[in-house]
Design a protein around this ligand. Structure first.
Ligand SMILES: [Zn+2]
Length: 152
């Protein structure tokens, strides 16, 4: 048998047909290393372009995000198992994936960076990342009027 085996596979994320070539290379565990037409590795599920995009859109959650989200999701019946994108959680004894999307708002409409996958959980997490500057006095006034909450 030839060491070069060429075919195409459909990426399950973008749906594109991508060359799937094995040129005799293997990982340490013996599994075959497949490459696309540009020589980039891809295992046959998520193409190299989608993998690159996934890494770029990977979201890091700091302790503040984690605590807020743990509480909010618990209130909706989810127990978080892993903070990633999507968040892996458990609800009613079943594991589910909660998509995370960066979002911005102009005060009227919310824009999210990309659509939610069809197979995701009933909930999703939108991460708002706009920045605005406030004076210390404004913060104190909003706190007094209860329009600003301080995480505790
Ligand atoms: Zn793809």
């Amino acid at each position: 048998m030839s060491a070069t085996k060429s075919q195409v596979r459909r990426c399950v994320y973008c749906g594109d047909l991508v060359g799937w070539h094995w040129q005799g290379q293997r990982l340490k565990d013996g599994s075959k290393i497949y490459l696309d037409a540009q020589g980039r590795r891809w295992a046959g599920r998520r193409c190299a372009s989608c993998e690159k995009k996934r890494v770029q859109t990977a979201i890091r959650f700091n302790r503040f995000d984690r605590e807020l989200l743990t509480r909010e999701l618990a209130a909706r019946g989810y127990r978080v198992k892993k903070f990633a994108n999507p968040i892996v959680a458990e609800t009613a004894g079943k594991t589910c994936h909660i998509p995370v999307r960066k979002a911005c708002t102009d005060g009227r409409a919310i824009t999210i960076e990309e659509p939610l996958p069809d197979d995701s959980a009933e909930s999703c997490v939108l991460l708002f990342s706009s920045s605005r500057v406030f004076s210390r006095q404004q913060i104190q006034q909003m706190a007094a009027a209860k329009t600003l909450q301080i995480f505790a």
